[in-house]
Design a protein around this ligand. Sequence first.
Ligand code: PMP
Length: 453
Amino acid sequence: MTAAGTRGAGLGGALLKPRVGAAPEVFVRGEGVDLIAADGRRVLDACSGVGVTCLGHTAPSVVARMAEQAAALPYVHALRFETPPLLELAERVVERAPEGIDRALFVSGGSEAVETAIKLARQYWLERGRPDKWRVVGCRPSYHGNTLATLSAGWHERRRVRHAPLLLDFAHVPAPDSYRGCERCQSDTGCTAACADALDELLVELGPETFSCFLIEPVAGAAGGATVPPAGYLERIREICDRHEILLVADETITGFGRTGRWFGVDWSDARPDAITFGKGISGGFAPLAGIGVSESIAEAFIDGSGRFEHNFTMSGQAIACAVGCAVIEELESQRLVEQVARRESALRASLETLLELDVVGDVRGRGYLFAVELVADRASKRHFDPSLRVAERAASTTLEEGAVVYYGGGGISRSGDFLLVMPPFTTPVDRFDELAASIRRGLLRLTSELAA
Ligand code: PMP
């Protein structure tokens, strides 16, 4: 390897990775909520990687627990055997999960978790003697992962387009949209709970007897841009799922483990899902860890039926990853970080809302520490930028140059426009929110002058 120092120069030649634009920065260390680049430059990680490093980059108790487990026993095949951290993590997750989630299973990432949920819903109906119930309904836009099945279930236009035709004949309803209204209502003031009826209409049209489950993000993340569903929406969805006998699966990959200021995103509603998927935050970024949780009645169908869920990955329930999950939950609890996110949401929101002074910012929205700043070509008409300008991606780059890491999305994904995603670690000192907003402001000002030139 050549000497690190300049941005990626000489590095990464052997790496197969989707590369866009300039060579990426090489980061060599994390300190608290800061990232230190190879050339010594320090930036604020305002995105927790991508909604992952909820404790920041320094967590000695997690590191100690990892080392302890690695020394004791790193791996057994969890399909056949168990380890203390696997059993402990299942208990810890179920204790904090939404009421009615009684069993947990662990995998390595969010896509695996959603893929697992899709297979579980299909086998569940098979065990119940209803093999025709296999299709999935998802939202458009939404993001549930990058495998072919999860891309089919979600609707992330940019990530789907080069992989068409997708594998499975899944269906989609318009996702709730608080800024432009969904495709169904197109209301300038955003969706209401009545927009949930799109699911009812679709099931009636296509035949609920062919569907196994409905997948929804409690707050939309990568594709929808931190869109919070309207009050009563998830409850109405629950009622429709019950009426048509399809399972409600909440994809909590981003929202789970405190990101929205409660343990799970659905905890903001009275709706209780049949299954949840989770990932990202539970790992704190220290190990690949995700999972799914299901109700006892789903588990019973397997126990009473064939006796097994025909599904496993080699690394499912890996012992060090499970030890990490236990240590992360312990930190979230001992530092009362979930409550802190709820308490400090207003401070983050206030800092980000100062960006509404810029003409290019159309909307600031979110919940907890999951926020989006939507960028528009014209604020009055909410007109999108031309997707070929890649405005959000460029804004994330100029913001990085101005000192903060944020993520980006949109740009031609269905009705959602370009947006920056802001997901700070839960440990971010509150006085750094203004610094974060100032970095975004300078990044956007640089970008708008580039666009004007
Ligand atoms: N579901 C949701 C809601 C997500 O946000 C993501 C990742 N952004 C995934 C699934 C896929 O997770 P992973 O990238 O860990 O496979």
